[in-house]
Design a protein around this ligand. Structure first.
Ligand code: ATP
Length: 635
């Protein structure tokens, strides 16, 4: 009895199909890569499941993918004898997109086809890429270990819905039949298919086969009979796991194709590292750094981690235990000889081998980045632009490698006076002035706010470099990265500037003199401001600005307060330290103000100005404006 049902595609699938057909036309042949990739994955999954249940092989353990075409009918068929799918599996997998954040991804598309096609490439279109060339797609599949009458027939024309029906299928596995669009019939050409498959399948670890026709009996040159040969399936690829081959035998193209197979990316990777490790732990790792950040790098539920193999058998995707979160952009695989084949995610969690492997591959990635930074600064900059923000999570997450990670960071700085983050901490150390024992930095809302901050006036004048930080993650970073190569990182908006030996004797004496001369002014301001400030001091850092606020040594920095407020947390109230610059004409004028009410108004105005400049906003902007207007109108 027919059990035909019609289902609608998930909204995102409809969007994907529409976009894909319109934007991937210049890269049509990728459908073969996707389908062969899925077929190879299905073989991997079967092999893994059969470890504990040999019966799944149903007497046929020679896993392979077969590709054939029928020119007359205009069809291409990709058939595997892998794990197959049940009816529920088919409905679940071939009608929805399981990636989290998919809806947001579609919202972020611009409508500009060329831009969107790049994004779609990163997103990975998978099975749905069939519709780039096919006007109708049929899937016939039967899951391993199920009866022949549990086969499923899925059909769709890619326009909003698909049908599923039950059919009889003798052999387990999946067959995908593409009915090519009239203008895509070239893909049913044997020669064309062969050339694409050779290109896309060399790295695949199961044989990808095409049928080679037999030859009829013929006569040789000397009249002898050459017997007829039968046609047979011939493997088009080497069909050995790429990472088990020796590096010198693997071409860049093969490495790149393999990357695309495991990453969903259509572009070549930026870097790769392939290593076999022997000794206490035996494993092979093949790691790649993509050229572009994935669309879901900041999506907390996004899948991350490496593909895990144990003794060449695929065990799981997205084994996140092998890569720290700040390196979540790394793609690749690890093949261990020491883990048990039946390893589960739970076992991986808490396992000595995992810890050793994780530490090994982490070092490998950091080493690879160090090498790139040293040898090719320009390429390193492209890496930094894509992944710098994520790497900045490193010092907080990975204490042991903190210094190594710190060496990889890049910042904007007063030395280059450009927003481009090109300055490393090592370069900063090299440029340090004699007697300087701190790395000065400022964190602000934007590069401009940092570069123009009054807090760095004096340092600028003295030619002391200040790192200008303005990414959201920066405050978090400097909270965990307090020193580099024994030099402390010091915020210029916090406590004392602590110039140490950078201040010469004369300057010190002058500062002390100024402070003592200004004692009465400072006291008057303090009285006028009352409990709005924690203290008032003569500044150690201003030259062109009348006043600024700084954060007390033990207090939370302005940027941290902002981060916490943005996250909806209540922040303990802390009062600013108000620093005044008695040399500034406004302060000189204030000093001579006899009217105490006016003096208090001026002091309040200065304080609010300083707070505005530090925080970019005020708790009560209207009363600030009112006060300012009142002062402007005063004669
Ligand atoms: N040949 C096949 N055999 C068995 N299952 C398959 C096959 N092709 C697809 N599937 C199932 O359909 C799912 C969806 O495939 P699709 O190619 O769309 O995405 P994916 O492979 O999961 O993800 P991605 O393409 O992003 O790696 C697969 O995860 C798998 O469960």
């Amino acid at each position: 009895m027919s059990q035909q049902e019609t289902h609608g595609f998930q909204t995102e699938v409809k969007q994907l199909l529409h976009l894909m057909i319109h934007s991937l036309y210049s890269n049509k042949e990728i459908f073969l890569r996707e389908l062969v990739s899925n077929a190879a994955d299905a073989a991997d999954k079967l092999r893994y499941n059969a470890l504990t249940n040999d019966a799944l092989y149903e007497g046929d353990g020679d896993l392979r993918v077969r590709i054939s075409a029928d020119k007359e009918k205009g069809t291409v068929t990709i058939a595997d004898n892998g794990i197959g799918m049940t009816r529920d599996g088919v409905i679940e997998h071939l009608g929805t997109i399981a990636k989290s954040g998919t809806a947001d991804f579609f919202k972020s598309l611009s409508g500009d086809e060329s831009k969107d096609s790049q994004l779609i490439g990163q997103f990975g279109v998978g099975f749905y890429s069939s519709f780039i060339v096919a006007k109708k797609v049929e899937v016939k599949t039967r899951a391993a270990g199920h009866n022949a009458d549990e086969g499923v027939h899925w059909v769709s024309e890619g326009e909003g819905e698909f049908t599923v029906d039950n059919i009889n299928i003798e052999n387990r596995g999946t067959e995908i039949i593409l009915h090519l669009r009239d203008d895509e019939k070239e893909f049913a050409d044997d020669f064309r298919l062969r050339s694409i498959i050779t290109k896309y399948s060399d790295h695949i670890s199961v044989p990808v086969e095409m049928f080679e026709a037999g030859t009829p009996e013929s006569e040789g040159e000397d009249g002898e009979k050459i017997p007829a040969t039968e046609g047979s399936w011939k493997s088009m690829n080497k069909a050995t796991a790429l990472w088990t081959r020796s590096k010198s035998d693997i071409t860049d193209e093969e490495y790149n194709e393999f990357y695309k197979h495991i990453s969903n990316d259509y572009a070549d990777p930026l870097l790769k590292a392939h290593n076999r490790v022997e000794g206490k732990q035996e494993y092979t790792s093949l790691l790649y750094i993509p050229a572009k950040a994935p669309w879901d790098m900041f999506n907390r539920d996004a899948k991350q981690g490496l593909k895990l193999f144990v003794q060449r058998v695929f065990v799981m995707d997205d084994a996140e235990q092998f890569m720290p979160s700040y390196l979540r952009f790394v793609k690749g695989l690890i093949d261990s000889n020491d883990l048990p084949l039946n390893v589960s995610r739970e076992i991986l969690q808490d396992n000595k081998v995992t810890t050793a492997l994780r530490s090994g591959v982490t070092k490998r990635v950091l080493g690879m980045l160090e090498k790139l930074a040293k040898n090719d600064e320009e390429k390193y900059q492209t890496f930094w632009a894509e992944f710098g923000q994520v790497l900045k999570e490193g010092p907080a997450e990975d204490f042991a490698n903190r210094e190594k990670i710190a060496g990889l960071l890049r910042f904007a700085s007063t030395h280059t006076d450009s927003a481009a983050p090109t300055v490393s901490l090592d370069a900063y150390l090299e440029r340090m002035k004699e007697g300087q024992d701190k790395i000065y930095y400022i964190v602000a809302d934007s590069y401009e706010a940092a570069a123009n901050s009054p807090h760095i006036e004096l340092l600028r004048k003295k030619g002391i470099e200040v790192l200008l930080m303005s990414e959201r993650i920066d405050e978090w970073l400097v909270n965990h990265l307090t020193e580099f190569k024994e030099k402390k990182l010091h915020s210029v908006t916090r406590g004392d500037l602590e110039l140490g030996e950078l201040e010469d004797k004369e300057e010190k004496e002058e500062a002390e003199k100024l402070a003592s001369e200004s004692e009465s002014l400072v006291k008057r301001i303090k009285d006028a401001l009352g409990d709005k400030v924690s203290d008032v001091k003569v500044t150690t850092r201003l030259t062109d600005t009348p006043a600024c606020v700084v954060t007390g040594e033990g207090d939370m920095s302005t940027q941290m307060i902002k981060l916490m407020e943005a996250a909806g947390q209540t922040v303990p109230e802390s009062k600013p330290l108000f620093e005044v610059n008695p040399n500034h004409p406004l302060m000189t004028r204030l000093d001579t103000e006899q009217d105490e009410q006016l003096f208090a108004d001026w002091s309040n105005l200065m304080l609010q100005q300083a707070q505005l400049s530090e925080k970019g906003s005020l708790a009560d902007p209207s009363s600030f404006i009112k006060l300012m207007n009142q002062m402007l109108m005063a004669k």
